[in-house]
Design a binder for this molecule. Structure first.
Ligand SMILES: [Zn+2]
Length: 161
């Protein structure tokens, strides 16, 4: 008796072009200048980073671009220790939600230049840029600890979502 086939691995190549649109396009262009630019909702005043074209709560367009800081706080995180197909990074590594200074929503990114077991909620981190810069979020290689004191839970709990 043989085992049932559960998956088949095979090479696949797809050529395609992605049009980012005006909001994401502006975000990606700003990365070329090492700037992180979100959008502010004219109704609730929240700054979304990554930017969105419309506020998901107020359902209104967000035309105002707002540059946010390069430093922020880890609001939650996960340490990836298990390898999987197509994985770009070598485990273990820490993926974190980071709310940058001046933003209200978390950016999902990697925390680097530290032992993954030291990553924690409230940790202050800063962007480390790749060289060369390209119009992708991978131009931020990762966020590293700043050494600043941790931020208390009460100061960022409203930014978890
Ligand atoms: Zn809003």
């Amino acid at each position: 008796m043989s085992e049932p086939v559960q998956r088949v691995l095979g090479p696949v190549a797809l050529d395609y072009t992605v049009h980012a649109g005006s909001v994401t396009g502006a975000f990606l262009e700003a990365l070329l200048d090492k700037r992180l630019v979100g959008r502010r909702c004219p109704s609730c005043a929240k700054v979304f980073l990554p930017p969105r074209g419309a506020c998901p709560t107020c359902a209104v367009p967000m035309p105002e671009a707002v540059e946010v800081g390069q430093r922020g706080v880890v609001t939650t995180f996960s340490v990836i220790r298990i390898p999987f197909d197509g994985q770009v990074l070598t485990p273990p590594y820490a993926a974190a939600h980071i709310v940058l200074d001046g933003a209200d929503t978390p950016l999902l990114h990697i925390v680097g230049e530290c032992d993954v077991d030291t990553v924690r909620m409230g940790m202050r981190v800063e962007a480390v840029w790749a060289d060369p810069i390209e119009p992708t979020l991978a131009s931020v290689r990762y966020f590293r600890p700043t050494g600043e004191p941790d931020v208390a839970w009460d100061a960022f709990k409203e930014h978890l979502g």
